[in-house]
Design a protein around this ligand. Structure first.
Ligand code: ADP
Ligand code: MG
Length: 796
């Protein structure tokens, strides 16, 4: 029923889009008659019409018809009607679901061309460098033929150092192919620039996200983080680990598995106070202690070895929750990684503070318009709508899908299942039919690969090698007699073409060794077979020992070990048992999906404070960068503000406090005295400080010598103050977030509490920024280097 309703809604959406398609098609014949020169000249004409006030949407039918014809002439591919439908959805800023092999890369060129006409930058964003470069290279001749400039948005060499101005030049192209990670980092870096010249990223105008669900939904849990200096290492990891080992669940601590929350009960708090010999661990001086206790609790009870991480070569290596791959080099933030290291008794690594972070979900909001495409968007529809108000439109395939998706094959345990998989692959291989076996982990892939070699079946193994190599290997998976063993996402984005004679054998056979944590990923995997109307099949093998079941499964049968008592033969012949296992697996996967959604919702909630604050700070930075002339009056007003506050805060009515304050913030060479001033008179003291401040500024001006440089000096002093405080704030918020879940002992709403503290700390931060500006202005040491460039040594 739900599916029918969906179908009707989708039909309604498509109807409108079909109307646009007919408008595009109406130009096809005319443009086919045009000479190359006349067709190319259309670009200039469109730009002119845009300049004269035409809207992009009004140009869409003609522009799409032009690039379609150009694509035929330059690439030898004429975008099909279904591709034009997808292209219309993309221009509208929605999500197009198009099956694997339908030609999403070519589809994207239509809206990229249309939006590229504005010169404001149209982006194609994909998951990895290899795909970005491949698609960029393939499409460059087309765009250049039409007179648009196109570039890859990065240099692949990780050691590469960009020349000044190089990135800015790169981002001035009409069309840019890049990855979500590259662009996201550039966004963060751009907002750390300390002069207008150092900024390089234009406002983000239009972007298309390839494999949108992977990027926006699956990788949403790992925010982009620019790491800064190492944090002062806490030495509490060991002792708090030992402490939490003495605690008992529901007595000393309570757990909410679903929300991944864990906290000390009042008994637990009493015990902690006794253990550490203090009155109340929630008192401010013990902030670090309680934070470490919470980290140790989470490490001990929320993270399971071999499910969430491996201990590998004496290091804790995280496992990707979606693909089950190891993520070497990726670390949990804010001390959690270190807490797990303590739990496992391995060497504790350095914990770096976060300088700037953003989640992908929020990053994409920076675009005026963005859209997405993927083969499996429909299953993420609700989230796309909740997050961005975007709808998913299912585009029909060019040819009917012939792939057969078989029902799951059910086994009791891993051994029985693995044997059946090996047997099945051998049978298929005997007939020369190509097989793609997909596993969740690299270990499993290696195991199968070895088994096949033992049976003299040559096979390709794809496990997190470099993406280019994976792509090449997966492209060959459709050859006669090919056996390819791969982890779930290996070689994504690469088309598997069938060799001659394979069609008669039934096409590519995809075998998946277990359900992934999300049915969307299952569907992506099935989609490896049956592209563009090819024959093919897919089947998933399941057992009670699968990851999803272990991780999320819940059933009386599992608890009581009932199924264990049944022997393999009975099991194989009992539909009832098999049905039960299917249920358990399906349930576990649903739980896992819901968990994923909840986590993303929570992340999104948490991100709200950070993103609101980030927007304010970034806008403030831009204002400072843009200001040609910073007025003395503004600085005086700011200083007055600071002194008024600090008079009370630092109790400047006492002479020793006042001297200390002046030495610290204004001038370490102060020689004056206060004999004529009544220190109890706040306004008199403030006025005196202001005079000192003014003198310091004048002295700095003397050193610097001219208005232009002095203005630069002020600018840098302000930015430095903002950045140092803001970076601290980012890090604090991240720490706060990792500790706040645990503070809900009074059943207080964790998120509400988080926003409250986040706001209070932001306000405190803004006050601190002002103090730092005064401090930087007064006590920085400006000088000039050999090339006469202004160099400033900041006081902190
Ligand atoms: P997807 O990303 O949707 O899985 P690709 O963009 O990788 O698919 O395209 C799959 C294959 O189809 C590529 O080899 C591409 O060159 C080819 N292709 C796409 N569109 C057309 C077309 N209109 N005519 C001919 N070949 C096409
Ligand atoms: Mg693709």
């Amino acid at each position: 029923m739900k599916q029918r309703v969906n179908g009707i809604i989708n039909k309604g959406r498509l109807k409108r889009i079909y109307k646009r398609l007919r408008q595009v098609n109406a130009y096809s014949e005319t443009f086919r008659q045009l000479s190359d020169e006349a067709l190319k000249a259309k670009t200039t004409e469109f730009r002119q019409r845009l300049a004269d006030g035409a809207s992009l949407s009004s140009l869409l039918p003609e522009a799409y018809a032009v690039i379609r014809e150009a694509s035929q002439r330059v690439l030898g591919m004429y975008p099909k009607d279904v591709q034009v439908l997808g292209a219309i959805v993309l221009h509208d800023g929605n999500i197009a679901e198009m099956q694997t092999g339908e030609g999403k890369t070519l589809t994207a060129t239509l809206p990229l061309y249309l939006n590229g006409l504005t010169g404001k930058g149209a982006y194609l964003i994909t998951t990895n460098d290899y795909l970005a470069r491949r698609d960029c290279e393939e499409m460059t001749p087309l765009f250049e033929w039409l007179g648009l400039s196109i570039a890859l948005g990065f240099v692949e060499d990780p050691e590469y150092e960009y020349m000044p101005g190089e990135k800015r030049a790169m981002y001035e192209y009409d069309i840019i192919y890049t990855t979500n990670g590259r662009l996201g980092f550039d966004y963060l870096i751009d907002n750390l620039a300390d002069s207008k010249e150092a900024k390089f990223l234009p406002p983000l105008y239009f972007g298309i996200i390839d494999e949108a669900d992977s990027i926006v939904l699956d990788s949403a849990q790992t925010p982009l983080v620019i790491s800064g200096a190492p944090r002062v290492q806490s030495n509490l990891f060991g002792i708090t680990k030992t402490f939490v080992e003495t605690l008992e669940e529901d007595i000393h601590y309570a757990v909410n598995k679903k929300e991944k929350a864990i906290w000390l009960t009042p008994e637990g708090i009493t015990r902690a106070n006794a253990y550490f010999g203090i009155d109340n661990i929630y008192d401010t001086p013990y902030f670090d202690l309680i934070r470490n206790i919470n980290l140790a609790l989470r490490a001990r009870h929320m993270f399971e070895a071999n499910l969430d991480y491996f201990v590998y070569n004496g290091e804790v290596v995280l496992i990707d929750r979606v693909t089950g791959r190891m993520l070497p080099g990726t670390k949990l933030q804010s001390g959690l990684h270190q807490a797990i290291e303590a739990k496992e008794g391995v060497e504790i690594s350095e914990d770096r503070s976060a300088m700037a972070t953003i989640t992908f979900q929020n990053f994409f909001r920076q675009f005026d318009v963005f859209s997405g495409m993927s083969a499996t968007s429909k299953l993420g529809e609700k989230e796309f709508f909740d997050l961005y108000g975007k709808v998913v439109v299912q585009i029909p395939t060019d040819k009917p899908i012939k792939r057969i998706d078989y029902a799951d094959r059910v086994f009791k345990d891993l051994t029985a299942k693995n044997n059946a998989i090996i047997e099945r692959v051998c049978t298929l291989h005997k007939k020369q039919r190509p097989v793609l076996l997909i596993t969740r982990t690299a270990e499993a892939a290696e195991y199968f690969s070895m088994q096949f070699f033992d049976r003299h079946i040559p096979n390709n193994l794809l496990i997190a090698q470099n993406v280019a190599k994976e792509a090449q290997m997966i492209a060959e998976a459709g050859q006669l007699g090919a056996v390819t063993v791969a982890t779930s996402m290996a070689g994504r984005g690469t088309d598997i073409k069938l060799a001659e004679g394979v069609e008669e054998l039934g096409g590519l056979a995809v075998i998946v060794s277990e359900h992934m944590e999300n049915s969307r990923v299952d569907r992506q995997l099935r989609g490896r077979a049956g592209r563009q109307g090819d024959p093919g099949s897919s089947q998933i093998y399941i057992s009670l020992e699968d990851y999803v079941v272990q991780r999320w499964g819940k059933s009386k049968l599992l608890d009581k070990g009932q199924l264990d008592r049944i022997d393999a033969d009975t099991f194989e012949n009992s539909r009832l048992f098999q049905q039960q296992v299917k249920h358990i697996v399906a349930r576990a996967q649903r739980v896992s999906e819901e968990k994923g959604t909840t986590t993303r919702e929570m992340n999104n909630e948490y991100e709200k404070s950070l993103s609101a604050q980030r927007e304010i700070i970034y806008a403030e930075r831009d204002r400072v960068l843009d200001q040609e002339q910073l007025h003395g009056d503004q600085l005086m007003a700011l200083a007055q503000d600071v002194f008024q506050r600090d008079y009370d805060v630092h109790r400047l009515n006492q002479i020793d406090h006042l001297y200390a304050y002046i030495y610290r913030y204004i001038s370490f060479q102060y020689r004056g005295d206060f004999s004529g001033i009544d220190l109890a008179d706040k306004q008199a003291v403030v006025a005196h400080l202001l005079t000192l401040f003014k003198k310091r500024l004048a002295a700095q001006y003397e050193v610097i010598g001219n208005d232009y440089m002095f203005n630069r000096f002020i600018q840098k002093a302000i930015l430095k103050a903002i950045d140092s405080r803001w970076i601290q704030q980012v890090d604090d918020l991240q720490q706060l977030r990792s500790s706040i879940n645990n503070r809900q002992n009074g059943k207080r709403n964790a998120i509400f509490e988080y926003h409250r503290v986040a706001l209070a700390s932001f306000e405190a931060m803004r006050e601190a920024v002002k103090v730092h500006i005064v401090h930087n202005l007064c006590q920085s040491v400006p000088s000039f280097d050999k090339e006469d460039k202004l160099v400033i040594h900041f006081p902190n």
